[in-house]
Design a protein around this ligand. Structure first.
Ligand code: IMP
Ligand code: MG
Length: 340
């Protein structure tokens, strides 16, 4: 059995929407971190977490909210839209345990208008229209407002890196959750069809002010059938007819656009695992490889077809697959970490 690691980063290995939210929720219940802190771009991200009868879509609050015993942080590098934030805090009833770094950049109404009015962003790139690109651009121009300049956020403000590093000093476990996916990294993705920041594990550490030497594990989440929303290259993309025939249809959490569906991309998985410094991989949607695996919670319930796929994926990734998601619910997962 591996020792419970103290600082774990979870990131998406393909183009986003790999099911990170569900993996974060499972790990939170299993590993009991005292803090779950978000990195990534901002409210362009949408996470869906399904637990029992309830399904939640969140854009600002870390998806670890589902685990009630952790404090929830929004890291320094993340853009905050105060309206989206307040709405989610009220809806999820997390006031009192959610905090924002005082240096987070702020998304204004004007950023959203600029995002939507720009043909380049809205049409050519296919942005989410959430204002992230223009807000990051203002941050680089050093004209953006920060969370500390917004009175309505004052009760939530903290120094996220200070809190995280102190928790690590005390030997507590913390989870750093990434958003977006590797393929839309500003540096390593399919530029210019990318988001406005790097999305790799190193960026998630930087977003939270945790130095590289303090990271114990990087879990990269891959989807058996990758998806992409917005424009840009997608080398293993299927035709709509092919994916419909397989019964795969997905819609974005933020924009409700229909996602493009593709086959497993072993080459991309390997490159992504390398740049992310992947120590363990999670695979979601294994029930799409073989329906008979739906809801499985033990490895010996998997079919030969699913196991053959996992063996190939593991060889492509070059790191052990320790988490296998077999359905949308948090309980539908095989966790092999105890057997390592
Ligand atoms: P932006 O991040 O809104 O500027 O959008 C740039 C590109 O990144 C578009 O193709 C979006 O669809 C994509 N994108 C941004 N955030 C996410 C995400 O969380 N999941 C999937 N795609 C995303
Ligand atoms: Mg999403």
């Amino acid at each position: 059995m591996i020792e419970l690691m103290s600082c774990t980063i979870i990131v998406g290995g393909f183009f986003g929407d790999e099911g990170k939210g569900k993996i974060v929720a499972h790990i939170a219940y299993h590993d009991k971190p005292t803090i779950i802190s978000r990195g990534g771009v901002g409210p362009n991200a949408g996470h869906t977490v399904k637990m029992g009868e309830k399904e939640y879509g969140v854009r600002m609050v870390p998806c670890g909210f589902i685990y009630p015993d952790a404090r929830l942080f929004i890291g320094t590098g993340v853009l905050v839209d105060p309206r989206v934030f307040k709405k989610e805090v009220d809806m999820l009833n997390v006031r009192g345990r959610i905090f924002v770094d005082s240096r987070c950049g702020i998304i204004e109404e004007d950023h959203i208008q600029r995002d939507k009015a720009s043909d380049h962003l809205a049409k050519t790139i296919g942005s989410t229209g959430s204002g992230c690109g223009p807000a990051n651009s203002d941050r680089v121009m050093r004209s953006a407002r920060l969370a500390r300049d917004v009175p309505e956020l004052s009760e939530y403000l903290i120094d996220v890196p200070m809190e995280l590093n102190s928790a690590l000093d005390r030997g507590e476990s913390v989870l750093l959750e990434g958003t977006q996916g590797f393929g839309i990294s500003l540096y390593y993705g399919t530029y210019p069809f990318v988001t406005s920041k790097d999305t790799s594990a190193s960026q998630i550490a930087a977003d939270n002010g945790v130095g590289p030497t303090r990271i114990d594990d990087v879990i990269v989440v891959f989807k058996a059938y990758p998806t992409r929303v917005g424009e840009g290259p997608f080398s293993t993309e299927m035709t709509r007819e092919e994916s419909d025939e397989m019964g795969i249809q997905e819609f974005g959490t933020v924009t409700h656009r229909q996602r493009r569906i593709g086959e497993w991309d072993g080459k991309m998985a390997r490159y992504s695992a390398m740049i992310n410094g992947c120590t363990q991989a999670a695979i979601t949607g294994i029930d799409r490889i073989d329906e008979a695996c739906f809801g499985a919670t033990r490895y010996d319930q998997l079919t030969e077809k699913a196991i053959a796929f996992l063996k190939k994926a593991e060889a492509d990734i070059g790191a052990p697959i320790t988490l296998i998601s077999t359905g949308p619910d948090v309980s539908q997962i095989i966790d092999l970490r105890d057997e390592l």
